[in-house]
Each structure stands twice: as structure tokens, then as C-alpha cells.
Design a protein around this ligand. Structure first.
Ligand SMILES: Nc1ncnc2c1ncn2[C@@H]1O[C@H](COP(=O)(O)OP(=O)(O)OP(=O)(O)O)[C@@H](O)[C@H]1O
Ligand SMILES: [Mg+2]
Length: 427
């Protein structure tokens, strides 16, 4: 059993189309996060990133949480939850604030208040009926007309403008996700955009700074986030990913999902010519109760065609970011398909790599896998975001005794760009 000692504990849950992944982390004095426990449970309650079967999803969450409760010996009451799906869209919005810096210079407190005003304003403007704001993330500021400022704290200002990245989602889908979490007797601490989480756990600080696009190929969706100058500037979701590859095999060979999935993960490649002509795979045909022998190369050819379609869709989304020459970092379980990275590399001019959450000292080796990029990232996001939220609650007289958290928030502020710590909770 893992003992939880000093330090804030964070629970992050990636409610994915193929699995529920729960990870428990503890924030250290330096703002680092140590993984205490984790659990992965198969999930069949989602379609293309959206909760369809609330009861099945709640059950998978319950099992996964019970597992980490056993490992830590602690009762879990709430968690940070990942959100994605084709209903997620973004808008880069411009807002102006007068009277900021009334104490002479812009303070961290001013930014906190401003971030709340951005969230409130976006909740009424961006969130037309049926939509909710997931994130309102400041990207950069203009102070008294001087543009391109990353962190205006300490600058003299009467007139502050902010460019913010607003991510919104369909209320119907968000409410279903929240219902599934609450059905597992948990409160939602905050919602985190899944590819933003993946970017936090996989991109290097240099990639975030110089520009990179993260492409998270999951089971149900391929999620895309663009980063430039240290902040998120683009969000996109394609409702096609690994499950579609499996479905193609089911349809083509009239076999079971389980068999198609196994063959895909063990033997498929997006590069058929790399596979020996003599290799054969065996697939059951359930209603006929027979087995069929298929050339492995033929399976790979089918997978290659689907992969090529997906890469074209990725290319078209990445073109929207106007970052098509930037580095591309593939992650998510679907990025493990052999040959895919090369296929993507042939389509883009920038460097393409496959990334996993392996640049953090306290992430155990078994989680340094593309499939855990989102879950680990939700944990990292929560470690940076929650103290800011707590500090701003205090500033509005809602909480007291949070000096330690505010100190930690100040430390985080130095480590993370303002977009991370100022991101308000969902509305
Ligand atoms: N070696 C492999 N080759 C090809 N595909 C793989 C491999 N390993 C895993 N996958 C695929 O990765 C997908 C699961 O990825 P991941 O765990 O990131 O999805 P998820 O988070 O559950 O789904 P989503 O993010 O879309 O809601 C599955 O479709 C699985 O078949
Ligand atoms: Mg995922």
C-alpha cells in the first residue's frame, strides 16, 4: 500500500473511448507531481469521445477509482476530468480592461480578477444556448498599446488588452460526462480539454515556445492542439481514430471486434511493404464458427488506406492552425501504429515525432506510453491550476487560510506560462 504523506493530492480521470484511466498524484514542495497510484479499466460507454451510455461509463469510473483507493488506502471524493469530442470548438477573442493596475503596476491579483472577468464575459458571449465554456486561457497581453506581452505583472498600465483562447463544448455532452462521474459518487473538481492535457505532458518547453502541434490519436477521436510562444492557440477535434481502424477490419473480414482489435495491435502497420509476404494472420468468423487465414500484408494495406485518410484529415486541420511547418508530435494509443509516424512525416515539412509523458521525473515507466499522455497531463494541469483557483477564491472572500497554496501558486507561476495557472474552472 502507498502511504499518502504531506502535500496536496490530485486525482485525474481520463474518460476515454476505450478506457478509463485514473491517476493519483501528490504535489511536492517544488510543484513537482509524484504518481502515487494509477488504474486502467476498459470502457465501452463512449462513442467518438462522447458519453453515450452513462451507466456503463459510471461503472468503469467506479472500478478504476476503487482500484486506486485500494492502492492508496484513501477514499476519493472528487477528480479532475478530461473532456473532448467533435462538439468542442474554440475562438480566439480580444478583450479590453480599463482601470487595471490601479496600484501603479499590474499585479498577479489584477490578472486573477481579469481572468474571472474573461470567463464571465465568455460565458455570456461564447456560450450561446447549449454551449459551455471549458477554458478561457489568456494568450498574450497589450499594455497601453504595446503588444505581444506574455506576462504583464509589474508593468505600469491604465489600459490592458488580452487575447484569450476560448474553448467551448456542447452542454448536452458535458452534462452527460459530469453525470457519469457523479454516478460514480465523485464530484468534478474541474474539466480539462484532453489534448491540452496531452500537450502539457508530452511537449517539451522548447516545442511549446517555438511552435508545435500535438495530435492525440485515441480510440474515438483525434484531438489537435497548436502551441506557439508558450501558449495554446488552436483546438480541433476529428471524430476518427483507432476504433475506426478496428471497425474496418471487422467489416472487411466479418470477424469479432476483439479479434480485429488484437490483430490490429499485434500485426498491423501503415507500411505494408515492410511486412513479409509470407506472414499470415488468423481471424475467426463467428456465425460460421470457422477461421480464416489472411495475408498480413492485406490487413496492413487496409489499415494503410484508413491511416492515409486520417492523415489527410489531420493535414487539413493543421492547415487551419497556419502552423503546418511546425513540429508535429503524435501521441495517444493510435500513434503506436507502426509506419504512421513516417506517413505523417511524408505529409508535413516540420519534424514529426511520437511522444509520451516521459519528460517528468516522477512519472513511472509504465505510464511513459502515448496512451497515458492525457491522464498524466490532466494531473499536471490540475497541479498548476488548482492553487490559482484556490487563491482567487480567497481573494473573493470565499476561503481563508490558503497562504501555503498561494505560495505554491507563485512558484507555479514561474514554472508555467500564465495561460496554465490563470485558466479558470469551467462554468
Ligand atoms: N500498437 C498499436 N497499433 C495500433 N493501434 C494501437 C496500438 N496500441 C493501441 N492502439 C489503439 O489506440 C487506441 C486507444 O488509444 P487511447 O488509449 O489513447 O484512446 P482513448 O483515450 O481511450 O480514446 P479517446 O481519446 O479517443 O476518447 C485504440 O484504438 C487501440 O487500438
Ligand atoms: Mg484519449
Amino acid at each position: 500500500m502507498v502511504m499518502i504523506s504531506q502535500g496536496r493530492t490530485i486525482v485525474a480521470i481520463d474518460v476515454g473511448t476505450t478506457k478509463v484511466f485514473t491517476v493519483v498524484g501528490q504535489v511536492g514542495a517544488a510543484g513537482d507531481v509524484r504518481v502515487l497510484a494509477h488504474s486502467t479499466v476498459p470502457n465501452d460507454g463512449l462513442r467518438k469521445g462522447n458519453v453515450e451510455d452513462v451507466a456503463a461509463t459510471s461503472q468503469a469510473i467506479r472500478e478504476s477509482v476503487a482500484d486506486v483507493e485500494r492502492q492508496t488506502g484513501q477514499r476519493i471524493k472528487s477528480a479532475y476530468i478530461g473532456v473532448t469530442g467533435a462538439h468542442v470548438t474554440f475562438e480566439n477573442a480580444h478583450q479590453t480592461f480599463e482601470g487595471i493596475g490601479s496600484s501603479g503596476v499590474v499585479t498577479a491579483e489584477d490578472l486573477r480578477r481579469m481572468s474571472q472577468r474573461i470567463a464571465a464575459a465568455s460565458a455570456s458571449s461564447a456560450a450561446e444556448p447549449g454551449r459551455k465554456v471549458i477554458h478561457a486561457i489568456p494568450m498574450e497581453y497589450a499594455v497601453d498599446g504595446e503588444t505581444g506581452i506574455r506576462n504583464p505583472v509589474g508593468m505600469h498600465s491604465r489600459h490592458l488588452e488580452v487575447e484569450a483562447h476560448l474553448v467551448t463544448g456542447g452542454s448536452y455532452y458535458i452534462e452527460k460526462l459530469v453525470k457519469a462521474v457523479e454516478g460514480a459518487a465523485l464530484r468534478v473538481d474541474g474539466l480539462v480539454l484532453e489534448p491540452l492535457a496531452s500537450a502539457l505532458s508530452v511537449l517539451t518547453p522548447e516545442e511549446r515556445e517555438h511552435g508545435a502541434v500535438i495530435v492525440d490519436i485515441g480510440g474515438g477521436t483525434t484531438d489537435i492542439v497548436g502551441f506557439q510562444h508558450g501558449h495554446i492557440c488552436y483546438t480541433g477535434v476529428i471524430p476518427v481514430a483507432g476504433s475506426q481502424f478496428t471497425n474496418d477490419l471487422v467489416q472487411a473480414y466479418h470477424t469479432t471486434r476483439e479479434a480485429a482489435e488484437e490483430i490490429k495491435v499485434k500485426y498491423a502497420s501503415a507500411d505494408p511493404v515492410s511486412v513479409d509476404m509470407k506472414d499470415v494472420v488468423v481471424l475467426p468468423v463467428p456465425e460460421k464458427d470457422v477461421e480464416q487465414r489472411i495475408q498480413r500484408r492485406e490487413v496492413c494495406q487496409l489499415v494503410k488506406e484508413r491511416a492515409q485518410e486520417l492523415v489527410y484529415m489531420i493535414k487539413s486541420k493543421v492547415n487551419e492552425t497556419q502552423m503546418e511547418d511546425s513540429a508535429i508530435v503524435l501521441t495517444g494509443g493510435g500513434a503506436k501504429l507502426p509506419g504512421l509516424q513516417h506517413m505523417v512525416q511524408r505529409t508535413f515539412r516540420g519534424h514529426v515525432r511520437t511522444g509520451a509523458p516521459n519528460g517528468h521525473s516522477h512519472v513511472p515507466p509504465e505510464l511513459q506510453n502515448p496512451a497515458y499522455a492525457t491522464g498524466v497531463g490532466i494531473m499536471l494541469w490540475a497541479a498548476a491550476e488548482a492553487p490559482a483557483a484556490a487563491a482567487s477564491r480567497k481573494s473573493f472572500g470565499l476561503e481563508s487560510g490558503l497562504t501555503g497554496l498561494i505560495a505554491m501558486w507563485s512558484k507555479q507561476m514561474k514554472r508555467w506560462a500564465p495561460w496554465a495557472v490563470l485558466a479558470p474552472k469551467h462554468q
